[in-house]
Design a protein around this ligand. Sequence first.
Ligand code: NAD
Length: 353
Amino acid sequence: MILVTGGAGFIGANFVLDWLAHSDEPVLTLDKLTYAGNLENLRSLEGDARHVFVQGDIADAALVPALLAQYRPRAIVHFAAESHVDRSIHGPADFIQTNIVGTFNLLEAARQHWLTLEGAHRQAFRFLHVSTDEVYGTLSASDPAFTETKAYEPNSPYSASKAASDHLVRAWFHTYGLPVLTTNCSNNYGPHHFPEKLIPLVITHALAGKPLPIYGDGLQIRDWLYVKDHCSGIRRVLEAGTPGETYNIGGHNEMANIDIVQRICALLDELRPRSDGQPYARQISYVKDRPGHDRRYAIDARKMQQELGWTPAETFDSGIRKTVQWYLEHPDWVQNVQSGAYRDWVATQYGQA
Ligand code: NAD
């Protein structure tokens, strides 16, 4: 069995679904179900004996050791985090608590669990920490892409809290020998993405006839990866990565935000034209830039390719088409997330919202 934290969120849920599509090894999902956690994402696993869901906090110093003692996972894949940069600007406290204190608690519990394992089981245990390229800071147009040796220069409360968690993970390897792996990935997109982030926000706003907000000049560059490719990268690192190493995962798809929005508008014009026949791009609306907005991120993923033989399966064109199609085919999911109906469902299921 493996333990997946944050498995009801965007990437975590894609990972759990993907894992169980490729393997019969059971998954224990631990998720607090914050606003970003959504059990709808895992609904297709209802009744599947290979999946156990526990609602709980990674920072709970009683719960996490008890779960490890009960289920004895051979690996932990750690996604749980507060993940939205804008929210971190308005309220950083939750980011410090979950991303730093929560990761610390998980590492300590993992270390105690690992010490109870013997022989080959102890050798095989892995703690895989899922992190972001935002820890590296910002790039100018002419800078080379981030490699694994780039110095950390986080600029937002979110990226600073993730950088702190990366350092804790590194220290638990060097100090205690815990077999950790860290992945730093570029921006993900795909199914089940909470509609506060750029791509799902643009799709859902476009369909609802709302303005499509673009920060500043819209020329901020991000490196985009289809979420299923991130999942395959994590599986590969878990399988063959060297403990103590970090791996950058990216799609070599650098694009300016405004170009992403234009691309989505063009796809919607093709797949679901506006009722008045006008292009969706007319809904684009420029808004004041985010404070401290990083200009450019770019990932050099050559280590993943050369050492682990991993490459992404999707191009940006194929991935964004699948993503837009998924949102068009799942209006109920979007409506549930936006209306809070899924929270009511969780309240019925678990007695709390
Ligand atoms: P998300 O916000 O969609 O999901 C986070 C999940 O963690 C939610 O289900 C939430 O309920 C859960 N959670 C939050 N606090 C918790 C706590 N204290 N205890 C247990 N569960 C808790 O995030 P995401 O976009 O899926 O990102 C997952 C991970 O991947 C994060 O660590 C993030 O830093 C990293 N990452 C994300 C991206 C991206 O583009 N989204 C890129 C690179 C790395």
